[in-house]
Design a protein around this ligand. Structure first.
Ligand code: SF4
Ligand code: FES
Length: 290
């Protein structure tokens, strides 16, 4: 569904009477002296204040909630508060039907990627104090919305699985020998960044090409293929097989090096660089005189 194409109406969510009507620190500063660069506000400036978040709401299964809208919440600020902390507070204290995914709360599980103030970010890794208010929190764009901030990740997972994201080498040591299949330090260093992916989907959501081509493998899947194609322990014929998957019509050649995936990746993986390197590998494979 295209819930994010329209500008939904805003509703004031049920609030603690003391919270309701409370002005955010930015509102007050704007009154005192024009626009404030909220990115320069540090934790200490917000202590004892509330932060204003606007959260996207949509529930196709409940009558009266099928129209997308934004709910406003005023959440008491605490030092170190993240976007995830703020939506959890809103859910636990104001509206228990507010729905979103989360688990580890330390940028490991990849389940809480949201669209925050117009950018894909991990809720648990994004400090509220670094954001301009009101903080607008939406589900990842270009994904089907299931409910509120939850999107359907099936297509993303399908693309990840399409690149066969597992180590392939038939010539593995006999386990009874207790022999390790060692990797050189240099080779480990080469693939190090690509192994950091937490499958959050932020890169795919930010990619214009993926938005227009539903079959495009996407930056995360290509990065996963890079992790194995560059691993020296896989034999040459497996590497060629991987490159054949990647050079298909909806593979690496779709990338237009816009860097949007690299900009939003919460694990700082140089995705665009990896895609370009795989393009060079594909050319080398096809030009035998290289
Ligand atoms: S490559 Fe980065 S942005 Fe993309 S799924 Fe992995 S961690 Fe998330
Ligand atoms: S809750 Fe696990 S990555 Fe944010």
């Amino acid at each position: 569904m295209s819930t994010q194409q329209q500008e939904p109406e805003t509703q004031e969510a049920p609030q603690d009477p003391e919270m309701k009507g409370a002005e955010s620190p930015v509102d007050e500063r704007e009154k005192e002296g024009g626009m404030v660069d909220q990115t320069s506000v540090d934790d200490a400036d917000l202590e004892g204040e509330t932060v204003h978040i606007k959260v996207f709401r949509y529930d196709p299964e409940v009558e009266g909630k099928q129209e997308p809208r934004f709910d406003d919440f005023h959440v008491p600020f605490e030092k170190g508060m993240t976007v995830l902390d703020a939506v959890m507070y809103a859910r636990d204290n104001f509206d228990s039907s507010l729905t979103f995914r989360h688990s580890c709360r330390q940028a490991v599980c990849g389940s809480d990627a949201f669209f925050v103030n117009g950018k894909q970010r991990l809720g648990c890794k994004t400090q509220i104090a670094d954001l301009e208010q009101p903080v607008r929190i939406e589900p990842l764009p270009h994904q089907e919305v299931v409910k509120d901030l939850v999107v359907d990740m099936d297509h993303f997972y399908d693309q990840m699985h399409a690149v066969e994201p597992y180590f392939q080498n038939e010539d593995t040591p006999d386990p009874t020998d207790l022999e390790e299949q060692r990797q050189s330090r240099e080779n480990r260093e080469k693939i190090k960044m690509s192994t950091r992916c937490i499958w959050c989907g932020a890169c795919m959501s930010s990619c214009n090409i993926a938005a227009g081509d539903n079959q495009y493998l996407g930056p995360a899947a290509i990065n996963k293929a890079y992790r194995f194609a560059m691993d020296d322990r896989e034999p040459e014929d497996v590497k060629e097989h991987r490159l054949r998957i990647l050079e298909q019509e909806h593979g690496v050649w779709r990338c237009q090096t816009q860097f949007s995936c690299t900009e939003v990746c919460p694990k700082d993986i140089p995705l665009t660089e990896h895609i370009q390197e795989l393009k060079r590998e594909a050319v080398k494979k096809n030009l035998k005189f290289w």
